[in-house]
Design a binder for this molecule. Structure first.
Ligand SMILES: Nc1ncnc2c1ncn2[C@@H]1O[C@H](COP(=O)(O)OP(=O)(O)O)[C@@H](O)[C@H]1O
Ligand SMILES: [Mg+2]
Length: 210
């Protein structure tokens, strides 16, 4: 007997650098698999051969801010076509570390790229492929800076975005919070400044609803 798989759920993780996305992504994947869900964990920019190659350029090379937006969406187009849409069509849960909210926040808010350019690219690249749920890990830029400096002290070199100043991260954070306020049914804003166990307890409650 064949049956059509129900479309899967699309969950994205957002927040400024150091907010805890990658840390919690690893935990979330395990928690979701333990619930019997088939999880495709992926990230942006990246997730495909072309996307990962563009990630290297985006995170290392200086470029015009609108070039940055164009390349982010080029990487995203491959990601949507090759990974995200096929997984959702199979009925899998897609857990993606950053998606288009990050472009609105970093390129739009942080670098002041025109909103109409971002809106046009968004429409072209993934009209109809939008997250069902977005977990926004929220921390002040001072917390982000402390965590990034600690990582740097441990020998991890920081990328182009991680080296931006507090003003940039304040604008990125504000842009994220504005988007969350405009779409409260999709976003959960999670205070990422609390101890890990407390953040996890909140995530566990959210996961149990998926
Ligand atoms: N709630 C937390 N309390 C303390 N340290 C944290 C917390 N969340 C994340 N960290 C630490 O902060 C650093 C950045 O976290 P990471 O998950 O890489 O952030 P992101 O992926 O959002 O940039 C890591 O060293 C991580 O262990
Ligand atoms: Mg990360």
């Amino acid at each position: 007997m064949t049956r059509n798989a129900q479309r899967g759920q699309f969950v994205t993780l957002e927040g400024i650098d150091g907010a805890g996305k990658s840390t919690h992504a690893a935990w979330l994947v395990e928690a979701l698999r333990a619930r019997g869900l088939t999880v495709v964990a992926t990230r942006e920019p990246g997730g495909t051969r072309i996307g990962e190659a563009l990630r290297e350029l985006l995170l290392r090379q200086p470029m015009a801010h609108d070039t940055e937006a164009l390349l982010m969406f080029a990487a995203r187009r491959e990601h949507v076509l090759q990974v995200i849409e096929p997984a959702l069509a199979r009925g899998d849960l897609v857990l993606c570390d950053r998606y288009t909210d990050a472009t609105w926040a970093y390129q739009g808010g942080g670098h002041r790229v025109s909103k109409s350019l971002i809106a046009d690219l968004e429409r072209h690249v993934h009209a109809g492929c939008n997250p069902d749920l977005t977990l926004l890990f929220d921390v002040p830029s001072s917390v982000s800076r402390d965590r990034l400096e600690r990582m740097r002290a441990l020998g991890r070199d920081l990328d182009k975005f991680e080296l931006e100043d507090a003003g940039f991260f304040d604008r990125v954070r504000d842009a994220y919070l504005e988007r969350a306020a405009a779409d409260p049914s999709r976003f959960r804003v999670i205070d990422g400044g609390r101890p890990l166990a407390e953040v996890r307890a909140e995530l566990a409650r959210i996961v149990s609803a998926l």
